[in-house]
Design a protein around this ligand. Structure first.
Ligand code: 2AM
Ligand code: CA
Length: 266
């Protein structure tokens, strides 16, 4: 059966707003917090509840669709064949726990590997970044403009200090010059939100060394609609079934930074 994308888009937006209300209401309650792979890798009862909320809705209405979710309640997705919802119920869980802001729900909907819908919802600011392939990208009801070509010395780059101090994913000497060369650097702690900010022109670029598909699936759809380029930090194609580094920006800034910092050699 072929998909009715108008209807899927409306359903997804309705559900993401409902989930936002559940999350906002959780602020006044005691939330169970647990650790996953290490003491800084947090998951809360709300992350789990929200992922299960989406899975229930999707299974009821779109029984043939698959769900790849961070908390593992969805399907065991090994290929992007068919229609796959790639969901992070809370992107920026540390911020959710510590700050009650700077986190979002991220949903990318892919058909046979092609990004069709991207939704990134900052539930506290009530900002929904959304896009449909070929229909433009929006912040709430405002159409986002094509990305500007910003020179490096006027650019604000999203990058976490982790990657410019000693770490085992990249030689920190490769990325640290960016801190000096750019007009400024920022780190918000939610990859999906940082990609949405690039799409909205609040950041000119975003660089990180380790993300999972649910962190970037929605952001790629939204960035594609404003002429953004998203690759690994070396400039290679992204894989949707494993962890990747991510480098997102306008096409010109992307080229210039790849060359200036010799990122493809790093
Ligand atoms: P999360 O909050 O959903 O875990 C923080 O720097 C950003 O990186 C957040 O978007 C966070 O998503 C993501 N992140 C944190 N740990 C990660 C890991 N081990 N692998 C991939 N992404 C991670
Ligand atoms: Ca998450």
């Amino acid at each position: 059966m072929s998909n009715n994308w108008d209807e899927i888009d409306q359903s997804a937006k309705k559900w993401i707003k409902e989930a936002g209300t559940v999350i906002r209401n959780s602020f006044t309650k005691q939330v169970g917090i647990h650790t996953k792979s290490n003491p800084n890798d947090l998951v809360t009862d709300i992350d789990r509840e929200i992922e299960q909320f989406f899975i229930k809705k999707i299974n009821n209405k779109y029984a043939t669709h698959y769900v790849l979710g961070e908390e593992g309640f969805g399907n065991e997705v090994k290929t992007l064949n068919g229609t796959v919802w790639i969901i992070d119920p809370i992107d920026g869980t540390i911020n959710f726990v510590h700050q009650q802001r700077n986190f979002c729900i991220s949903i990318g909907i892919y058909e046979n590997g092609v990004g069709m819908i991207g939704l990134i919802y900052d539930v506290v600011s009530d900002e929904l970044f959304h896009a449909r392939k070929g229909h433009g990208a929006y912040l709430n009801n405002i159409l986002l403009s094509p990305l500007k070509d910003t020179p490096i010395h006027e650019a604000i780059i999203g990058i976490n200090a982790t990657w410019v101090t000693e770490n085992w994913r990249i030689d920190h000497a490769i990325l640290s010059p960016i801190v000096k060369d750019a007009r400024g650097t920022r780190s918000y702690g939610s990859a999906a939100l940082e990609m949405a900010y690039v799409a909205a022109g609040r950041l000119d670029g975003y660089i990180t060394m380790r993300l999972s598909p649910w962190d970037f699936a929605a952001g790629i759809v939204i960035l594609n609609e404003v002429g953004g380029v998203v690759t690994t930090v070396k400039g290679e194609e992204i894989s949707f079934l494993e962890e990747n580094s991510i480098f997102a920006s306008s096409s010109n800034l992307h080229n210039r930074m790849l060359q200036k910092y010799k990122l493809n050699e790093g």
